[in-house]
Design a protein around this ligand. Structure first.
Ligand SMILES: *Cc1c(COP(=O)(O)O)cnc(C)c1O
Length: 355
């Protein structure tokens, strides 16, 4: 604490990311990174940019990357916004689109960064409880609101809802922005991006993606949002009032190659989904109850063993998972889907702990 902190800084409770321990030989299943490397084409493209040209500023608009994203998804480049990780994109979304006279609505159990942005930007928010089975019911989101945001699949539950639920929500909610955070969409969830293609693109739908999870580039820091060109223009106004160059030359080059390598994404996502199915089965045999997941992580609890104890016992064995000390989810562990080998180590450790 310093007396020079501004009043808002004194009130902040910053987001705490999952730890990045420096210990060797850890089974790291706590921050939903990909266990497989990024596309080798992305690594080669970054290498090729590693030249004297780094003395020059990058393209502030990220034109070539916007074109690559637009091409992949059948959109116009004017529908694409880029940021330094989707966390930065989300920050601009809160500041530029969700700060309204009515409170923004999001689930009570969701990505814990959302309330942090609200505090930083002085945005009023209202949390909407998930259903009994930790599902999002879009009918619970009533007007008026200053905007709606949730991940699909939701984090940390891993549960998703079909695109048709979100289409219905858009029909009921025409006077504020609906933001779908699709960080984990590539592991079996229907994306809402197809709703944005063509002439009847809704004015108020924004879909946020990251290259940190399924494209295995968390270390490069690239995220994007897609939506109506007028929404994107609003975000550009915020970005250009904050940092004109959020993505460096290496990040732009690597991201373009990664976006163009859809085969790598499909191959690695399929492996993750196979491991997920097997892991859920094995956990079930040990008595764990796991929420249905379409993400690269699962949310699971054991009826006879406390979440905090299991977390610590795994940690003692060099296996790091995520545990949240929040109401309703204290008994759960969020476990990233790693390789088959990591998954086997986890199951072996849990078997030992439960005995
Ligand atoms: C991981 C994650 C993000 C942020 O990803 P970046 O690394 O900042 O691109 C955003 N939303 C959710 C729900 C996430 O889990």
């Amino acid at each position: 604490m310093s007396r020079f902190w501004s009043p808002v800084v004194q009130t902040l409770t910053p987001y705490v990311p999952g730890e990045q321990p420096q210990m060797q030989r850890l089974v790291k299943l706590n921050t939903n990174e990909s266990p497989y490397g990024p596309s080798s084409k992305a690594l080669a493209a970054i290498e090729a940019q590693n030249t004297e040209d780094l003395r020059l500023y990058p393209d502030p608009e990220g034109t070539a990357l916007k074109q690559a994203i637009a091409k992949l998804h059948g959109l116009d480049p004017k529908q694409v916004f880029l940021g330094n990780g989707s966390d930065e994109v989300l920050a601009h979304v809160f500041a530029g689109l969700l700060k309204q006279s009515e409170p923004v609505h999001f689930p009570d159990i969701t990505y814990s960064f959302y309330p942090v942005y609200c505090k930083l930007f002085g945005i009023d928010y209202k949390t909407i409880p998930l259903g009994e089975k930790f599902e999002i019911n879009t009918a619970d989101y009533k007007v008026p609101n200053g905007g709606i945001i949730f991940p699909n699949p939701n984090a940390p539950t891993g549960r998703s809802i079909p695109r048709s639920d979100i289409e219905a929500l858009l029909l009921r909610n025409k006077d504020s922005v609906v933001v779908i955070d699709e960080a984990y969409v590539d592991y079996g969830t229907q994306s809402c991006i197809p709703l944005l293609c063509g002439d009847d693109c809704p004015e108020n739908l924004l879909v946020v993606h990251t290259l940190s999870k399924s494209r295995a580039l968390a270390g490069l820091r690239v995220g994007f949002a897609v939506g109506h060109p007028d929404l994107i223009e609003g975000l550009e106004r915020v970005k250009n009032s904050f940092n004109s160059y959020p993505l460096g030359r290496l990040a732009q080059a690597g991201a373009i190659a990664a976006i163009e390598d859809q085969a790598h994404l499909e191959e690695t996502s399929a492996k993750v989904m196979q491991t997920r199915t097997k892991m859920v089965e094995q956990l079930g045999a040990l008595g764990f109850e796991t929420l249905p997941s379409t993400a690269n992580f699962i949310f699971t609890r054991h009826p006879k063993h406390a979440g905090a104890k299991l977390y610590q016992a795994l940690r003692d064995r060099g296996i790091i998972v995520r545990h949240f000390k929040s109401a309703r989810i204290e008994e759960f562990l969020r476990i990233t889907i790693g390789t088959d080998e990591q998954s086997n180590e986890l199951i072996t450790a849990l078997r030992e702990i439960l005995n």
